[in-house]
Design a protein around this ligand. Structure first.
Ligand code: NDP
Length: 288
């Protein structure tokens, strides 16, 4: 019991494969994929995420451009930057780091990113394609979780999967990916009655709430697979997940740690999507 899913190791392996793809693009076509990252405001966690994404780009030889807008930026500034990047032929992927200040409409901003440059998979077109079972750009965190299942031979078909959290960027696309793979999915949130009863019925639990130690050992059955997406930043600067890892790990069949679990996979899947966007755009332009 208690096999730890090593997100860092899987991520390193995939990064190595992606580096080979980038090198090949350079050698054969003399092109380097490029990512534009937009950060609005001063959220300290977002700054760390943007830095990590830029570092991963550097490791692979992907060109990363960062665009900073102030906390009080107006909607027109944000939308005009997105328009400029949509039209910029040197940009393959555009990422708007969330959260953004609350006076801005994030759904509207996502909808303005060209679907073919939407490497986060949050544009309504890409969400719709995923819902119909024809995904193009899949949101990075749920995609990373599916890669973990693949790497550890965890078959989700017919399994009772309980997702805790229903956000547009994690919970909902996670549910869609699992449904597409024939899992039976339950989504829980703050209005769910008796979370424990739902979790005790789960073969696989995926938690994305940001509530530290929400899931305790009495809430899971023996042999459950547990994927902990949640991140809570503690005062000492360390992070913890949604699951009481130390007490739960021996009862689970597989479990992801925080840190070192889903986090590195998210960044790696972003790199995967940027390279895909670069290749797709080049293929389209060669056809025309
Ligand atoms: P949101 O705040 O948008 O969503 C949180 C969800 O959790 C909501 O649906 C909320 O329910 C639900 N929730 C909160 N408390 C409870 C509770 N006590 N019981 C049941 N459900 C609860 O967050 P995100 O989806 O953006 O992110 C979730 C977590 O995942 C965060 O900690 C974030 O930092 C982390 N994250 C980690 C990533 C990684 O790479 N590891 C990537 C992205 C996110 P309701 O809808 O009813 O409010």
């Amino acid at each position: 019991m208690g096999n730890i899913i090593d997100g860092l190791a899987i991520s390193k392996k995939i990064m190595h494969e992606l580096k080979e793809e980038v090198d090949l693009l350079k050698e054969e076509k003399n092109i380097a994929p490029s990512l534009a990252v937009i950060l609005v405001g001063n959220d300290p966690s977002s700054k760390i995420y943007v830095r990590n994404k830029a570092k991963a780009c550097e490791t692979l030889g992907i060109i990363a451009q960062e665009y900073y807008l102030p906390e009080d930026a107006c909607e027109c500034e944000l939308l005009s930057l997105i328009k400029q990047l949509n039209e910029d032929d040197t940009v393959d992927g555009i990422l708007l780091q969330s959260p953004i200040p609350s006076h801005l409409n994030i759904a509207k901003a996502f909808s303005k990113i060209k679907p073919e440059k939407d490497v986060d998979g949050f544009n309504p077109i890409n969400i719709g394609m995923l819902s119909m079972g024809y995904p193009v750009y899949i949101p990075c965190t749920p995609l990373g979780v599916m890669k973990m299942f693949y790497e550890y031979n965890i078959d989700v078909e017919g399994k009772n999967c309980v997702i805790v959290g229903r956000s547009n960027i994690v919970g909902k696309p996670m549910a869609q990916l699992l449904i597409n793979k024939s899992a039976t999915v339950t989504i829980c949130h703050t209005k769910t009655k008796d979370l424990k009863e739902k979790l005790l019925n789960a073969d696989i639990i995926i938690s994305a709430t940001g509530k530290s130690k929400l899931i305790t050992v009495d809430m899971i059955k023996e042999g459950t697979v547990i994927i902990d997406i949640g991140i809570t930043r503690k005062e000492d600067g360390t992070i913890s997940g949604d699951v009481d890892f130390e007490n739960v790990r021996d009862k689970a069949s597989y479990i992801t740690p925080v840190p070192g679990g889903v986090g590195p996979m998210t960044v790696t899947m972003l790199m995967n999507n940027v390279i895909l966007a670069c290749k797709n755009r080049r293929n389209e332009s060669e056809k025309n």
